[in-house]
Design a protein around this ligand. Structure first.
Ligand code: UTP
Length: 787
């Protein structure tokens, strides 16, 4: 097999020349060659090789020779499947044939002439296929910062630095003018094909937050064209012929398409055809129909800018007006937004270059900034509901059923009473999101507050139902389309990175290096804040061996969602945490065959409740208090040690935390609730292989998706493999975090006895296995109770 020839033995194991990776042993080689990267590169190489074997290199052409001239000439030797030309210089072409025989026929001809030009035709050079390593993003970002650094460092304050960021990055007048002219040109072209249509720019080109070379987002409004078509149709019917009386549709390619019945994909194909044929300098025109909003993408070569045309996006034009209004009423928004956007870019938190991706898009990031400004005390920006109240009757606006009313002029909005300067607002932004409970909240700019996620977990309502927002690790409702979570694309990893970077930035903003210009010419203020995120994550300290089980509302079973909904915004964490604890116990004790024990005398979780017990609060309410108070930032800025474990009841050793707890003397200092888990076998070693053997490759269920299978895998390992040199004893302490940061269950693992030195192996295995299994168990339990 060809893949084998890519693998070479080395003194340290193996090396895959195709993917340029070292592999320690045969089993990692086996895994690697079956992996996606290796298979994709293998396929790409085969395609390239086939292309090379089917094509010839042609030189001696001039810019006057077109692609079709070349194709036409070479078809005499056989069917031509592609012609690639260097358009700018017009000196060479690569002609690809559909069959190898055509190549021989071409090369055996001694002389080739096309339109009086003598062509030179050669076989393609057979190049070795090499993986070109991706540019190191972090290095590029560092270089960009190096260019910015001298100017930033010499300014006198962070406020001045923030203003400078705006000046440096904002769209210049000439750029705006060029974009305006392109919009005008497109308008003139499109109106020829779509009578009475209108092309309207939206997004960063016009929302006052655009940076050099940002995309040009356009909405092609075809509503009037539809009216025009309907009128033309009825006139034609009356006259009994196929044209309208003004004759405008006669030669139009519109005559082939009825907008009242055409699908968006058909209309976009037409838009793409018009761009290709009629708009000078429009290149790389592609229709992306799989996106939430299908779009035609193009590149304008002369202006070197990327354009996107949508046909169903009236709301975007309106939300662009909203952002314009926000910058008009509050001049601090722009410096704040430019600075935070640049910070997010440097930290690789925002901007999905290909459109789709797990990071924040700039619109979502801007809404997070606006929301923070609404949440300041006193508010810097009003809520969207308040803006609606300030609008007059003529400004009322409803789009697709959503209320989009707000004043058209900033003057209609009373100025903010907040006098914080830019530098302290920037600091405030990081502090706000460093401790924000993303998983437990839905950000509402309409109301200017975080709504409890439980409001969106109604019984029987799927979070993905057509009219509800798609819930995820970060939930930010569009201010107008309240069924749209603008951050619905974020992964848990990107949410964690965003929050972690906010925590880092918060810490930094407390330091003198942020606040004061360095007298010694060192980096200070924004410069350090903009340092790109390092490639490698900092090594985790041994005492921080924790496993997180995030609260994932979208994947919870329906029955549990209903119960959490009833528990409400403050109270949902406890019932959820109890379910998780029960599942953790079932995984450790049941699936992995650990012996679970509770040390004698341990007072389960009582310390987290002792204070509240003295008062009148109900046990659950007090538990909730303890959840809500965790995670406040301490002096050093790190998340403070107020995270207390939720309690267990007084039940057996393997009981999960429950709401009932003993009344304790105030001074008692009980040990936090935990399990002691004893494992005698390396149940993680060779687990995949055993699973594969058990299912004999007929079952493609991924690891952790089937309880019975995983239990059997454990039993098989325990039966076949010798016991560990000494039992591994691990303390597992569960906590629920939330209220002021993302809701999650955290398990802190600490070795008690580890004669075989396998604690880290066990921990790394559990890190991936446990969250997945817990999810499976929660689902199983829900389906069992539904039966
Ligand atoms: P972008 O996220 O591209 O924002 O969305 P941007 O401000 O234009 O930033 P660049 O282009 O990355 O520099 C473009 C526009 O699309 C609409 C908004 O009007 C936004 O301004 N949009 C985007 C939505 O309406 N909803 C979304 O979820 C995303």
């Amino acid at each position: 097999m060809e893949a084998d020839s890519d693998i070479k033995t080395t003194p340290r194991g193996f090396h895959c020349g195709l993917c340029n990776v070292n592999l320690p042993n045969q089993s990692s080689v086996d895994q690697h060659v079956k992996g996606r990267k290796h298979r994709t590169l293998h396929a790409v190489r085969s395609t390239r090789k086939t292309q090379e074997r089917h094509s010839v290199f042609v030189s001696g052409i001039t810019p006057l020779v077109s692609q079709s001239d070349v194709a036409q000439y070479f078809t005499q030797f056989g069917p031509v499947s592609d012609v690639v030309m260097d358009k700018d210089k017009g000196v060479y072409a690569i002609v690809q044939f559909a069959e190898t025989d055509s190549l021989q026929a071409t090369l055996s001809r001694v002389e080739h002439q096309l339109g009086g030009l003598k062509l030179r035709v050669k076989p393609r050079e057979q190049k070795d296929f090499k993986l070109i390593p991706k540019k190191n993003a972090s290095q590029n970002l560092q270089q960009a910062l190096e260019r910015l650094k001298p100017q930033l460092c010499q300014l006198v304050s962070v406020n001045a630095q923030m203003q400078y960021v705006v000046e440096r990055f904002q769209l210049g007048d000439n750029e705006k003018k060029a974009r305006g002219l392109l919009v005008q040109l497109l308008q003139e072209v499109f109106v020829e094909f779509f009578p009475d249509s209108q092309i309207q720019p939206f997004g960063s080109s016009v929302n006052t937050l655009g940076v050099h070379s940002c995309d040009l987002d356009l909405f092609l409004d075809l509503d009037n064209t539809k009216v025009f078509q309907a009128r033309a149709k009825s006139t034609a019917e009356q006259a009994g012929e196929g044209t309208s009386d003004d004759g405008r549709s006669e030669d139009s390619i519109l005559s082939d398409i009825d907008l009242s019945t055409a699908s968006p994909a058909e209309v976009l194909d037409l838009v793409a055809a018009i761009l290709r044929r009629c708009v000078p300098s429009a290149h790389k025109v592609t229709v992306v129909s799989g996106a939430r909003l299908p779009v035609v993408k193009f590149h304008h070569q002369q202006l070197n800018l990327q354009g996107d045309i949508t046909i169903n996006n009236r709301l975007a034009v309106r939300n662009t007006r909203f952002l314009q209004l926000c910058s008009g009423m509050e001049e601090r928004l722009r410096p704040l937004a430019y600075t935070i956007r640049y910070w997010a870019k440097q930290k690789q938190l925002a901007g999905n270059p290909s459109g789709a991706g797990p990071l924040l898009n700039n619109y979502a990031l801007t809404l997070l900034i606006v929301f923070f400004l609404q949440s300041c005390e006193p508010p810097v920006l009003p809520t969207v509901d308040r803006l609606k109240d300030l609008a007059c009757e003529e400004e009322e606006c409803v789009i697709d059923g959503w209320d989009c009313t707000f004043p058209s002029q900033p003057i209609a909005v009373p100025p903010s009473a907040n006098t914080q300067d830019l530098s302290s607002l920037l600091f405030g932004f990081f502090t706000f999101y460093a401790t924000f409970d993303f998983a437990g909240s839905v950000v509402s700019l309409r109301q200017g507050r975080a709504l409890p996620i439980t409001d969106f977990l109604g019984q029987g309502e799927k979070p993905t139902k057509p009219h509800g927002p798609k819930l995820g690790p970060v939930n930010v409702l569009d201010p107008f389309d309240l069924s749209h979570n603008v951050a619905g694309n974020l992964s848990e990893r990107s949410q964690r990175s965003f929050q972690k970077e906010c925590q880092e930035a918060h810490k930094y903003c407390r330091s003198l290096q942020y606040q004061r210009k360095s007298a010694k010419g060192k980096s200070w203020g924004l410069v350090r804040l903009f340092t790109p995120r390092g490639e490698a994550p900092p090594p985790s300290r041994p005492e921080q061996l924790t496993i997180s089980i995030p609260f994932k509302p979208a994947s919870l079973p329906e029955a549990l969602r209903g119960r959490l909904h009833e528990a409400g915004g403050g109270g949902f964490r406890l019932p959820w945490f109890r379910e998780v604890c029960a599942a953790v116990e079932a995984v450790l004790g049941g699936v992995l065959g650990c012996r679970l024990a509770r040390p004698a005398g341990a007072a389960f979780g009582a310390e987290s409740l002792a204070d509240a017990e003295a008062g009148t609060a109900s046990p659950d309410a007090s538990l909730n208090d303890s959840c809500d108070s965790v995670g406040s930032l301490n002096e050093g800025g790190a998340v403070a040690g107020a995270k207390r474990p939720l309690d267990d009841d007084d039940g057996g050793a393997a009981e999960s935390p429950r709401g009932k707890r003993p009344r304790l003397a105030r001074r008692a200092k009980p040990e936090p609730a935990h399990w002691v888990c004893v494992q005698r076998h390396a149940v993680w070693a060779g687990r995949r292989r055993v699973r594969r053997e058990l299912v004999k490759d007929t079952d493609s269920r991924p690891e952790g998706s089937c309880t019975e299978l995983e239990t059997e895998v454990t039993a098989r390992i325990a039966e076949k493999e010798p016991e560990l040199r000494g039992p591994l004893e691990v303390k597992v302490q569960p906590q629920v975090i939330g209220g002021t940061e993302s809701t999650k269950a955290v398990l802190r693992l600490e070795p008690v006895s580890d004669a075989a030195g396998v604690f880290h192996d066990f921990f790394h295995f559990l890190e991936a296995f446990l969250p997945k299994m817990v999810e499976t168990l929660l689902e199983n339990k829900a389906s069992a109770s539904a039966v």
